[in-house]
Design a protein. Sequence first.
Length: 247
Amino acid sequence: MTADTAEMKALLVTHDPPMIDLLRELFAEISIVVQGCEDETSASEILSRSKLDALVLDFDNVSAPDPLVKSLRESPSNRNAVLFAAATYGAAKQKASQHGASFIFERPFVPEQVRAVLRTAYAQMLRERRKYFRLAVELSVSILRSSGEEITGKTTNLSQNGMAVLTSSPLVNGESIKIIFQVPGAKLTLSADGSVVWEDRHGKAGINFTCGSVDDQNRFAAWLDHEFYLGTSVGAGKSRAASESKD
């Protein structure tokens, strides 16, 4: 099984190329890939079509930050992304604050100060990423339909209250079912009430479910948290190793 912890991504909008080089290096230390952009129009297009974890906006030299922040907050996939600001002077800082910037980098950039900000921001970004975490895992699932028919299936991914499955017989969108599956490594057999929220008529389906007991739900959530943070720590370790190998 693998954790769906695809690398984090940030978009940096600035007319300061050295800033792009520095922040790209420092963000990489915590496994965040930075895409630099010097053109606001291009940046707006990227925001509209890409899933991002953060936007870094240079309020010191970007002439029109308002449309970019608006595009970020109106994007269904990016509205909860963390907004960083480069803002040195009073007016720029005030504007960054008014636009909801959570973290500010001030020129001249001091790497250790930037790292300290990033460590704090990273925890917030992880919490947001955790909300949408899907674990890519294949587990056997027993599915009992309201008709009494029992069918088998395999998960393709799993979240705290949902799963995607491949089943031996197609399910029907909206039908109520009961599911049972084993949680590996947790010594837990999970029994839950479920509802089919999508299906493709060829055996693929999405199921939302509620565990039969609060204790089971908590144990299952703890297991998923372990898998999530294991995946992110492995990714961060690889990034640090790659960075150290360059030194």
